[in-house]
Design a protein around this ligand. Sequence first.
Ligand code: G3P
Ligand code: CA
Length: 268
Amino acid sequence: ASDVRAVEVGDPPTVIAHRGGSAYAPENTLAAVDKAAGLGIRWVENDVQRTRDGKLVVIHDDNLRRTTDVEEVFPDRAPWKVKDFTAAEIARLDAGSWFGPAYAGTRVPTLEQYVRRVDRNHQKLLLEIKNPELYPGIEQQTLKVLANESWLDRQHRSKLIVQSFSADTVRTVHKLKPDVRTGLLGTPNVADLPGYAQFTDQINPSHSTISTGYVSAVQAFTGAHGKPLEVFTWTVNDATTARRVARYGVDGIITNTPDVVRNAVGAP
Ligand code: G3P
Ligand code: CA
């Protein structure tokens, strides 16, 4: 059977700037969000973790070393886990110099700062709750921040999807705020989709794990909000792969190079 579906069959997939578009600016920073906005990219993806004093911050790793100067600023605080630092300590770190001198002084944003900037830029947010096993109650806390920032009101709701690799976390988010759209990261067995579809609107797999058959099988199920389950795939950074997954019929492509992918698939 052919694994090729004409890209013209449906609308082009939505393009989502992964970690804000991490090829062009330091990941998960306000600079990345602004860069994506400057490229005309409407959707950004981010990652949320929690500090020692219970503040939510936007950073991918559960450790501060890779994307900040934490080892220089706090040399005696190994192993430099996010959960072992206060928000005030993290606010002192440089989260941009590692990427390039032009970004020196860029900070790790709080979730509040991040969603305000996304809103100001008229962008939409695919928010990932990261490592929830480290942070009991992070689902409720994330929703509380989003509610305080008006991201759960009717106007914003269509601009928000909350995703996680943890099915328990996605289920919890759906239970707490049934109006919020959700995504389950990974490539679950098709046999398990009826269960997941009770609480998720998307299945979001690595591009290396999917085929036309898998994407079609997912989309044949009805998601938590009564529409076909969507597929947002990651992380696609070249035109050839972007065209391939577009032919599979994915609904979204999460990418570090959103301009490259947009041009490849003819997205607006
Ligand atoms: O949004 C999908 C993707 O971000 C999942 O992988 O490790 O980059 O968070 P990771
Ligand atoms: Ca992520």
